[in-house]
Design a protein around this ligand. Structure first.
Ligand code: LLP
Length: 435
């Protein structure tokens, strides 16, 4: 039940982007992230086409937080994507990879003064989270003798069927301006008196890993009604509506994919219906997908070191990647499908727990999985780690972060070196009194 961009070769090895996973692990070492370039491009095109088929002005801003590797960003720049950035360094990286500032949106509930200044200088659209931030932007733009292009992040109070840590559109969440109490409208009123900001849009992001089209439709409806109210009550017309990201991917075998065509159809119908009813001008529509573009384009290869049998219990296997290399299972209880990449044709006859190497019980990648009987030296493959995988990795117990390779038609090249002992200690200093 592999996704269609994977194959198994005559040796029974997993093939990613035309490359044998066992050979990749031998050449580049483990733990190793592998990104499939063609799959990234396919996912991007599929997402883009679903919306551009139905509507003219669509801007896809790739959410760098999912995977900010330079080569990955370069691929998306080549595809014509803009960027959703949430820090100074994501902004700088996007510029370096050739994405123009005016194709970027800057999001987040804490943007430092320096970050805002960089965004304003580069003509990046800033989605403002709160009134204090609005004032900071106004005065920075005045100092820089320019006008900042802004939208407001509003909270449409949409319930999403996802993990509570990544649901962001509920009233009680920390993000944006509350719509139902009138705070969002008040923000637009407050900006009217400011000379150094140009209010051109509205933004929401209801959550991540959503596999149901309904919350997106509800988001579209609530945002459009709000845009109508802005016009009726304040006479404000906007240029863009930014729906954020959040389109999920199936992680479990057999889990149903979210049909992106249906999402596009339902969202755009809502937008057009309300534009027509309320006699609104046509808006540019922005989307900020992260996971949908890169999630299933990445796998993590990890070497099996030890196999521990316990009577009457699943076998524990210890692999060389754990919550340091892939945090999602430990942090969210997230499911990632796992197989043995060198035994793809063997029978899955052994109930197995897959442990990472760290000294905590929460450090596992999967529990109670049916796998072939594992032996020392086997190669575990963890699927769907292209989004929020390496991006959220850490160096706990002084483990270097994994390397990442890019594969394309059987070719493979390093796109992120494995960290070394020197990298881990480079920033440490011994104070004078300990020398
Ligand atoms: N736009 C904004 C404003 C966001 O906050 C996010 C994600 C995105 C776009 C992209 O969302 P996506 O299309 O990837 O769902 N670490 C978590 C996911 C956190 C998402 C945070 N915001 C995970 O591993 O599942």
């Amino acid at each position: 039940m592999l996704k269609p961009h994977f194959e198994v070769n005559s040796l029974g090895h997993l093939v990613v982007g035309g490359a044998d996973a066992v050979e990749l692990a031998e050449e580049f070492g483990t733990p190793l992230y592998v990104m499939d370039e063609i799959r990234i491009r396919e996912n991007y095109r599929k997402f883009r086409r679903a919306f551009t088929r139905r509507r003219e002005e669509i801007h896809i801003c790739y959410a760098l937080k999912a995977n900010s590797n330079s080569a990955v960003v370069k691929i998306l720049q080549e595809e014509g994507a803009g960027a959703d950035v949430s820090s100074e360094n994501e902004l700088r990286l996007s510029l370096e990879m050739g994405i123009p500032g005016n194709s970027m949106v800057f999001n987040g509930n804490f943007k430092s003064t320096e970050e805002l200044e960089l965004a304003i200088k580069n003509d990046v659209v800033i989605n403002v989270d709160n009134l204090q931030e609005l004032k900071v932007i106004d005065s920075l733009a005045e100092k820089l003798k320019t006008r900042a292009r802004i939208g407001f992040r509003v909270n449409p109070d949409v319930r999403t069927p996802t993990h509570p840590y990544i649901a962001t559109g509920l009233r009680e969440s920390k993000f944006g301006f509350d719509m139902s109490s009138g705070q969002a409208l008040a923000a637009y009123r407050a900006a009217e008196g400011m000379e150094n900001v140009e209010v051109i849009g509205v933004h929401a992001h209801i959550g991540s890993q959503i596999l149901d089209p309904s919350p997106f439709e509800e988001e579209a409806e609530k945002l459009m009604r709000f845009v109508g109210t802005l016009k009726e009550e304040l006479g404000i017309t906007l240029k863009f509506i930014d729906f954020g990201g959040g389109v999920g991917i199936p992680y479990r075998p057999g889990e149903r994919e979210l049909d992106i065509e249906e999402v596009a159809e339902r969202m755009i119908s809502k937008v057009e219906q309300i534009e027509e009813d309320k006699k609104l001008e046509k808006h540019a529509l922005f989307f900020e997908p992260g996971r949908y573009i890169v999630g299933d384009a990445g796998v993590l290869l990890a070497r099996v070191g030890y196999v521990k049998e316990r009577p009457g219990m699943p076998v524990w296997i210890s692999v060389d990647a754990g919550m340091n290399a892939l945090l999602r299972p430990a942090l969210y209880g997230a499911y990632h499908h796992i197989e043995l990449a060198n035994k793809m044709n063997h029978t899955n006859d052994t109930l197995t727990n897959i442990a990472g190497p760290l000294c905590e019980s929460g450090d596992f990648l999967g529990k109670e999985r049916m796998l072939p009987r594992a032996e020392r030296g086997d190669l575990a493959v963890i699927f769907d780690v292209g989004a929020y995988g390496l991006a959220m990795s850490n160096q706990h117990t002084a483990k270097p972060r994994p390397a990442m390779v890019l594969v394309r038609n059987g070719k493979s090249e390093i796109i992120r070196e494995r960290e070394t002992f020197e990298d881990l200690t480079r920033l440490d200093r011994i104070p004078t009194w300990l020398r």
